[in-house]
Design a binder for this molecule. Structure first.
Ligand code: AMO
Length: 433
């Protein structure tokens, strides 16, 4: 018999059905037994009733540990009294696998375990509804981002993740032994998405893992994260990038709101209203707002402080910080220094609720300037032969940005730690599971 999901039981009332899932709980009360079964759609009650359910089924279910996997055949009933709304009166039970006891982590325990314990037994942790809600949010965001990019005429690409050279500074590169040659895991698709600007693709995006050997364990950094990258040719300036980021956020959150509403996901309540355009606050002004030192890069404390003041002053939880000083972007050799004011770049961040979500800007597309920037970053242009070659035969002006999907998910779901936004997070101390 086909399997019926908990959510579809009402359509099968009065009929024989087969349901299957994890046995979340079982209680026997005299001539009755109540089991709670959990499948991907939710919970259902399996009722065992003397006279209707064979004796051996009582013994079978009573002998099972919680979280065992069973398949139950019986009659779908309407029972407004059942705790979970839908009920099946059991006729037969097949035990698919038995769970051991005790469980490494409870699925329904009131007292929460600490994050490390939860991550150590992540497969168990992910059985919890609240964690599935986060994954559904993430899934909708990814789908929404793809729709939004395609609506703006971007095509999705996949660039290599095993590289000969890095783009974001040597300190956070993971080295790989590539058949005796030294290679690195990609920190970003940066150089490749730029090379694609010299083709006629003009607008590309990529949603893929990025690897950074981040030695510090913070609540906002991972060593493997999902980077949502975009690059577009023929931009006139950073305005075109801001416009793209705004529409991306707007469409993606509208899409996500519709999906979560359809699924009854309670995280929909946490989604912010998106009002575009987002405020654009020049870097020096942002620093002045929080009495910070404009010579130093924005720290996470600065970002938090801005998250408090900017929404009050500008009425928006999303805001751009623009015109990053060239002195802070020296390592970012691909960033264009402004011709009218070489002390500034057309680089920006998009922050939301005190956290940097997006970073990007206009690139240097003129090979002489680019080579000079590489040298001022203390690097040798000869280390980037393929990248630079793509600038020698007609490279249009271009720019782009990257959005951290894990950070976006974490902030929208109100998670204190970015690790909860990923299935199996990787950090300085975690390589397992
Ligand atoms: P950047 O290094 O700022 O820019 O990264 C872009 C965005 O990725 C996210 N992010 C991270 N998320 C989790 N853990 C990390 N260790 C981590 N590092 C970064 C952040 C950040 O805003 N090539 C440029 C982008 C560009 O210019 O197009 C880059 O990688 O949300």
């Amino acid at each position: 018999m086909d399997r019926t999901l908990a959510r579809d039981l009402p359509e099968h009332r009065g009929k024989e059905v087969r349901v299957a899932g994890h046995l979340q709980d079982y209680r026997a009360l005299g001539s009755l037994g109540f089991a709670i079964l959990r499948d991907r759609s939710g919970l259902l009650q399996v009722t065992l009733k003397k006279g209707e359910t064979p004796e051996e089924v009582f013994a079978q279910v009573a002998g099972l540990n919680r979280e065992s996997v069973i398949s139950v055949t019986g009659l779908a009933l309407e029972n407004p009294k059942a705790k979970v709304g839908s009920e099946v009166l059991a006729r037969s039970v097949e035990v698919l696998t038995r769970a051991e006891a005790p469980l490494p982590l409870g699925v329904v325990d009131k007292v929460g375990a600490d994050l490390d314990t939860r991550l150590d037994h992540r497969f168990m942790d992910l059985r919890k509804r609240e964690n599935q809600n986060i994954l559904e949010l993430r899934d909708s965001l990814m789908e929404g981002l793809r729709h939004a990019f395609r609506a703006m005429d971007f095509i999705e690409v996949e660039t290599p993740k095993i590289l000969r050279q890095g783009a974001e500074g040597g300190a956070t590169l993971f080295a790989v032994d590539y058949f005796g040659q030294k290679a690195y895991l990609a920190q970003s698709p940066q150089l490749y998405k730029q090379m694609l600007m010299s083709t006629d693709l003009e607008r590309v995006f990529e949603i893929a893992p990025a690897f950074r050997a981040e030695p510090s364990a913070t609540s906002r950094h991972l060593t493997e994260f999902t980077s949502v990258d975009a690059e577009m040719a023929y931009i006139r300036g950073p305005e075109d990038l801001w416009d793209t980021v705004e529409h991306l956020v707007l469409y993606t959150l509208e899409y996500t709101r519709r999906e979560l509403t359809k699924d009854g996901n309670p995280l929909v309540e946490r989604l912010p209203e998106v009002k575009i355009p987002f405020p654009r606050i020049p870097y020096t002004e942002a620093k002045a707002m929080i009495h910070g030192n404009p010579e130093e890069d924005l720290s996470s404390e600065d970002e938090k402080a801005l998250g408090e003041v900017v929404p009050k002053e500008h009425g928006n939880e999303f805001y751009f910080i623009t015109e990053f000083p060239s002195s802070l972007k020296r390592g970012t050799f691909y960033a264009m220094r402004r011709d009218d004011d070489p002390a500034k770049t057309n680089y920006f961040d998009l922050d939301f609720r005190g956290l940097e979500l997006v970073s990007g800007g206009q690139r240097e597309h003129r090979i002489e300037h680019l080579s000079e920037n590489i040298r001022s970053a203390g690097l040798d242009p000869a280390a980037f032969p393929s990248y630079l070659e793509s600038f020698r035969f007609g490279m249009p002006p271009h720019g782009g940005f990257a959005l951290g999907l894990d950070r976006l998910t974490a902030r929208l779901a109100g998670l204190a730690n970015i690790r909860e936004a990923r299935l199996f997070p990787r950090d300085r101390f975690r390589l397992e599971p």
